[in-house]
Design a protein around this ligand. Structure first.
Ligand code: 6PG
Length: 473
């Protein structure tokens, strides 16, 4: 093949890299891929649709020299040192103006460091979040690019071609400066954790509280997915209950150990929110509950010590299923609200200029947190693009008002029968606190000034004050 022939290069031909490249080839782009494992290059070529232009090569130099300038090079390699290693390998091969894209789940601070390292050398470096897993990569992911707008123009045609489409609109947009792409993906994953936690709590109550079997559980989530709870996570949940285990006579879900793993993106969201002083209690609780789930041995000891048993939910089945669906809907809105409020603050604090209407627009399709709710949020942001929190949108307020009593009922029944629904409870607590004219933090200020002279503000005059607190006589 002559030099400068291919449109797009991919470094890392694992599941995501290979499928995204094949998706690009299916859209008419001439693509070339490199992986240290030569076998993966062969798999790439053998998986290509007939008539498309797909090449797998065994050296990075071979890939780079066959790309037309300005080169568009994406890497899909594990976050951390592998990304820096690829950059170092690329440096002697690329030219000023070339675009290097990290599409893995890198931490945004690493992306900022890499931008600052490469930009002075004349290279564009973009952090791009890609959501949707293997299927999404092959058929249409949600793509969250950030960084230099000029660099985005070079890759926009490819990304728009391969992205998921909603009403003909590609689920990709330039989402801000610097590391905005990876920042938005991080928060996407924080919301993902929260919604997965909430769904797991509804499962606990339906399965152990109401005694539903897997076929009945499938039906509930199938019905929910046909209504206002339509979402990728509810959709796959309904399917999970039908999956047979190939190692026993049971359904697979009943054979899976209740210890969650995590690659850390949800934790990053909570960590950064703490630094930004943005409250994300439901996302935080989802991270904490994954951690708590890993203390299995201690939980078994505690269960014996406290003689833990769950009561039965003594509410008519159909009534409780409706209550639970409304509670989940409420909790999902709160989860998105917390994540989006973080993006609102981070956008200004980190000078990323993140367009929130575009964020929810590109989340409508292809990504793990896609749901019909995103159309509601998109309308809210079109009405007010600078909304600090979607809970301030009148139409969303109506939705929450209509469901909040159901959530309170669910919490009442669940807590009185011993079910740990920390996600749903944190969602209600956040809602009640966010809409409180008065919070009891005046007492906290008094305590802080009492023992630490940390001063307080007054309700009736400006300034900071300290009192000489008199102890008990
Ligand atoms: C996505 C997913 C993807 C990955 C998760 C796994 O958007 O396609 O979020 O990025 O599968 O991040 O995350 P945990 O291992 O932390 O659950």
């Amino acid at each position: 093949m002559e030099n400068n022939f291919f449109d797009f290069g991919m470094i890392g031909l694992g599941v995501m890299g290979r499928n995204l490249l094949l998706n690009m080839a299916d859209h008419g782009f001439k693509v070339i891929g490199f992986d240290k494992d030569a076998q993966k290059g062969a798999v790439l070529e053998s998986s290509a649709t007939y008539g498309t232009t797909v090449r797998g090569v065994n050296t990075l130099a071979e890939m780079v020299k066959q790309l037309q300038p300005p080169r568009r090079i994406m890497m899909l390699v594990p976050a951390g040192k592998p990304v820096d290693d690829v950059i170092n390998d690329l440096l002697p091969l690329i030219q000023a103006g070339d675009v290097v894209i990290d599409a893995g789940n890198s931490h945004y601070t690493d992306t900022l460091r890499r931008i600052n390292f490469l930009q002075p050398k004349g290279f564009h470096f973009m952090g791009v979040g890609i959501s949707g897993g293997e299927h999404g990569a092959r058929t249409g992911p949600s793509i969250m690019p950030g960084g230099d707008p000029e660099a985005y123009q070079h890759v926009k045609p490819m990304l728009e071609a391969v992205a998921a489409k909603v009403n003909g609109s590609p689920c990709v947009a330039h989402l801000g400066k610097g590391a905005a792409g990876h920042y938005v993906k991080m928060v996407h994953n924080g919301i993902e954790y929260a919604i997965m936690q909430l769904i797991s709590e509804t499962y606990d109550l339906l399965h152990l509280g109401l005694g539903l079997n897997n076929d009945e559980l499938h039906k509930v989530y199938k019905t929910w997915n046909e209504g206002e709870l339509q979402s990728f996570l509810v959709e796959i949940t309904k399917n999970i209950f039908l999956q047979e285990d190939d190692k026993s006579e049971n359904r697979l879900v009943d054979m899976i150990l209740d210890k969650a793993g995590s690659k850390g993106t949800g934790k990053w969201t909570s960590q950064d929110a703490m630094d930004l002083a943005v409250p994300l209690p439901t996302i935080d609780m989802a991270v904490a509950m994954r951690d708590l789930s890993t203390y299995k041995d201690e939980r078994l000891m505690a269960a014996a010590l406290y003689k833990s048993t769950y009561g039965t939910i003594d509410v008519p089945r159909e009534v409780f299923i409706q209550q639970l669906g409304d509670a989940l809907y409420f909790g999902m809105i709160i989860s998105y609200a917390q994540g989006l409020s973080m993006l609102y603050k981070a956008s200004s604090e980190l000078a990323m200029q993140i367009p929130l209407p575009e964020v929810v627009r590109v989340w409508r399709g292809g990504c793990i947190i896609r749901s019909s709710l995103l159309d509601v949020f998109y309308s809210a942001y079109q009405a007010n693009p600078t909304l600090p929190n979607i809970l301030l949108d009148p139409s969303i307020a109506k939705l929450l008002q209509a469901k909040r009593q159901q959530l309170r009922n669910v919490i009442l029944h669940a807590t009185s029968t011993g079910f740990p629904i920390t996600g749903l409870m944190s969602a209600l607590g956040y809602f009640d606190a966010y809409r409180s004219k008065h919070l009891p933090t005046n007492l906290i200020q008094a305590q802080r000034d009492y023992f630490g002279a940390h001063t307080y503000q007054r309700v009736d005059m400006p300034g900071s004050f300290h009192a000489e607190w008199e102890g008990e006589a």
